[in-house]
Design a protein around this ligand. Sequence first.
Ligand SMILES: NC(=O)c1ccc[n+]([C@@H]2O[C@H](COP(=O)([O-])OP(=O)(O)OC[C@H]3O[C@@H](n4cnc5c(N)ncnc54)[C@H](O)[C@@H]3O)[C@@H](O)[C@H]2O)c1
Length: 413
Amino acid sequence: MVGLGMIFDDTYRPFFEQVHRQPIFDRRYGAVEVPLTAVASRTGSRAERYRESLRGVVSPFESYAGQDAVAQLMTSGVDFACVATPDDRHFEAAKTVLAAGGHLLLEKPSVLSLAELDELVALAKQNNVLAKVVYHKLLDPDHKRLRTFYADGRLRHVNNGYCSLLEPKSISGGQFAEWINGRNPGTYVAVHYIKLIDFTFGGRLKTVTASGQRGQVGPSDGTTWDSCQLRLIYEYDSGREAAFDIHTSWVTPDNFPGYVEQEVQFRFDNGVWNGHSRKRGVECTIEGETPHKTKITINNHYSAPFLEPWGERCQRGYGVEVIERFAREVALVEFGGPAGERGARLAAARDLHYDDLSADRQTVAAVQALEAILDHAAHGRPDGVVRVNDSRGGLVLYHPGSNEPEILYAPSV
Ligand SMILES: NC(=O)c1ccc[n+]([C@@H]2O[C@H](COP(=O)([O-])OP(=O)(O)OC[C@H]3O[C@@H](n4cnc5c(N)ncnc54)[C@H](O)[C@@H]3O)[C@@H](O)[C@H]2O)c1
């Protein structure tokens, strides 16, 4: 495990606890143990705290810290590594994992540029390992249902839609304070919805525009963003287009009743899909606890602690399930049949477009475009437009009033 922050605690820790109690099983590979054997983090202090609090709950693990922590971790004999470092530190860690011949599970957003994506995909291919990325929203039962309606033609042709995801101030001011300089909430969370739109509706990304606001997390003329608005235009085989607006922030007041405000609306030729994470049905007030320690509207589907009817305690949800799915994909590749057929099993696992890094191209393209547009805006050149696969290149940034477009990525996206 590389990175022991918030997402480790939300999803990876419960997964390793669960698999410590019960190995994963499938008729094709039998029972497979998935012990957490080693962790790497920046300072090692959280690892020490976890070593205490997780004693007996997960297997004993080595802890590596500092500059070459990931390289050291890879020499300790791990089969796969999960990378959950801040988003602008994914690439180096991921490269180290793949170069050492380990399977890779990378947190979203996978990487920040298509050049980085190309390098990781090539490295995974060269070393015959999996390189996968976590987008747990694809496993949210509501989003699975949306995709099922669309795939079955019951909802027809998406025309437009909006998504919003608002994080509390404690995220930008506390949890992420160490690495937030120069960052924006769009790359970090809009990416959930970029992937949802890309995976659910297919199509070709054509155009990316973006704007943002500053002044709370950092100075109003600086490079750190409080909130941003991203617009994507897609084109489908029918020749028709769709537009999607994704609004994100990490400066929502901490006493907001929902921990993370998430809303989507998609409009189709023959229908409307309206989803609201806080309105799934539960509102709970506990004196002295809500809305700070516990939120009033709680998402019990993502990763929540439960006392099961049969007495067992567990933490489960789609955020944990997505990690288990990856462990199952690795188990199938390594143990799911004769060694001589490993290549075929590897190829089949790579064909899973929901998580394979090679299928993350349009999502990474949107992220790279967003980063470039915001960077220019912070340096006095707002209102850029990125066109995808036009006559000048794969990702081309245009500025109003300038005849000199910037080629962000030359090959086709
Ligand atoms: N899937 C989701 O919904 C979701 C939610 C939160 C975060 N994330 C993703 O997970 C990643 C981490 O986010 P977080 O919220 O856990 O952040 P965090 O700031 O809470 O934790 C970051 C961790 O990375 C470690 N780290 C930093 N630099 C490192 C390096 N160079 N080498 C090794 N370890 C290093 C830190 O020590 C810390 O343990 C981000 O990419 C984020 O986008 C995903």
